[in-house]
Design a protein around this ligand. Structure first.
Ligand code: NDP
Length: 397
């Protein structure tokens, strides 16, 4: 049992707070802080029962964070703000002697660059301080990394080919909207593609490689190869992997909007002068797009995210598919958010639970596949994300 400080009250934060509030035996006290306190208050009110205290903090400011952490005295800080805040929050955790968990790797504001190097560089300091930092504990990264660790532990002697497949077959009935923070989402999707093969990274054009893949209970969806951060840690932690790729589905309508957004310069992340005011076009775009946290009410359909793996067990080649399907409607009924926020928030709260129970706790900076996958997966279905396995099936890849 312990006290938690959660930073970030957006779509994902709403789910994390709901799930942690439902476990009073694990989280004795929850403080929810964010840049806009009224959003924290709204989440706390929706959850009810006086379970959640709220606070205001600018998480870009280490001094402010330190003051808040010293006041709240949590055992763990759960960071579901934006990736830009990862390093200031880790600095504040080190300054106050508190452990850390997040769902997305650090990105500098002025370059859309996704890598763990900045956060892995904190390893020695967390280790010396006897503190745990758990990185990437959402769905992907997060559950996909745990799925891979589970496959390696139970079903393979060697994993050779890993394809992470992420399908959103839902319909939110908007012409264009992103399913999580639009700024972070568009930065991620418009970057060049990249996959790992035979010890090297191979670069592709943005969304250049695509193919139709069949998702359970959903059917065929066009899936696009893109770079995703968990590939970096997984090929390091499972060195038998010869090739690792990440695929995500997009509809034609979404891709057309995205192309227009890029062509007219609205995806730019540098400052431009507008009537004497400096604005970043992509940040301005975020202000006019639908709020991902509000998409849930009319969202229908399913997400399906999993790992398709080929490798060797007892000298024989085998294939394995492990996945979760999540309903947008069911996610909305339970937490008021859509399935993308839900599938990120549930594992995040579960990672925090693993830490509080002392199961995922060791000094240093770790990706989730560095921990035992079994206790996490034993609880994942109970917490709302049941998972399924298929053996020796056609992986299509
Ligand atoms: P939202 O934009 O909905 O929410 C972000 C929250 O962070 C808001 O409450 C925002 O406050 C707060 N925030 C932003 N900047 C600051 C700051 N400087 N100080 C304090 N609070 C701040 O994002 P999502 O909920 O959609 O996503 C949250 C995180 O989850 C992101 O890092 C995203 O990359 C990650 N994610 C991970 C996934 C995974 O599977 N691993 C999948 C999807 C998302 P305000 O309301 O004032 O703007």
């Amino acid at each position: 049992m312990g006290k938690v400080l959660q930073i970030g009250a957006g779509g994902v934060g709403t789910v994390v707070a709901h799930k942690m509030a439902g476990l009073p035996d694990v989280f004795s006290e929850i403080t929810l802080a964010s840049r806009t306190q009224s959003k924290c208050d709204a989440v706390a009110k929706a959850i009810g029962g006086d379970r959640i205290k709220t606070a205001q903090v600018d998480a870009d400011n280490v001094e402010e964070l330190v003051k808040l952490i010293e006041r709240v005295k949590p055992d763990l800080v759960v960071n579901v703000a934006l990736p830009y805040q990862d390093l200031p929050i880790m600095d504040a955790c080190l300054a106050t002697g508190v452990s850390y968990l997040d769902t997305a790797n650090y990105e500098p504001k002025d370059v859309a660059k996704f890598e763990y190097s900045w956060q892995w560089a904190y390893k020695d300091r967390f280790e010396k301080a006897g503190l745990t930092a758990i990185l990437g504990c959402g769905f992907d990264p997060g559950v996909t990394s745990v799925f891979t660790a589970y496959a390696a532990k139970h079903h393979f002697d060697e994993i050779h080919y890993l394809d992470i497949v992420d399908c959103n077959a839902g319909n939110h009935h908007k012409a264009f909207a992103t399913n999580f923070n639009p700024e972070i989402n568009i930065r991620e999707i418009t970057q060049k593609g990249r996959y790992y093969q035979d010890g090297k990274w191979v670069e592709t054009g943005a969304l250049e490689i695509h193919k139709g893949l069949n998702y359970p209970e959903i059917g065929e969806k066009e899936s696009y190869l893109m770079y995703h951060e968990e590939l970096e840690s997984l090929v390091k932690n499972f060195p038998t992997i010869k090739r690792a790729r990440f695929w995500m589905t997009f509809g034609q309508e979404y891709l057309t909007h995205l192309r227009v957004i890029q062509d007219i310069g609205m995806a730019r992340i540098d400052e431009v002068d507008y009537n004497g005011v400096k604005i970043v076009p992509l940040q301005f775009l975020k202000a006019v797009l639908p709020n991902p946290g509000d998409l849930g009410a009319n969202y229908e359909g399913w997400t399906s995210i999993g790992c398709r793996i080929r490798g060797v067990k007892d000298g024989k080649e085998r294939t394995y598919y492990i996945y979760n399907n999540c309903s947008h409607e069911a996610a909305y009924k339970e937490t008021g958010t859509q399935a993308v926020s839900y599938t990120t928030g549930v594992p995040c709260a579960l990672g925090a639970e693993m830490f509080m129970k002392g199961i995922w706790k060791k000094p240093g900076v770790w990706n989730v596949e560095d921990f035992d996958p079994d206790p996490f997966l034993a609880r994942l279905g109970e917490q709302g994300l049941p998972w399924h396995e298929k053996f020796d099936v056609d992986l299509e890849l």
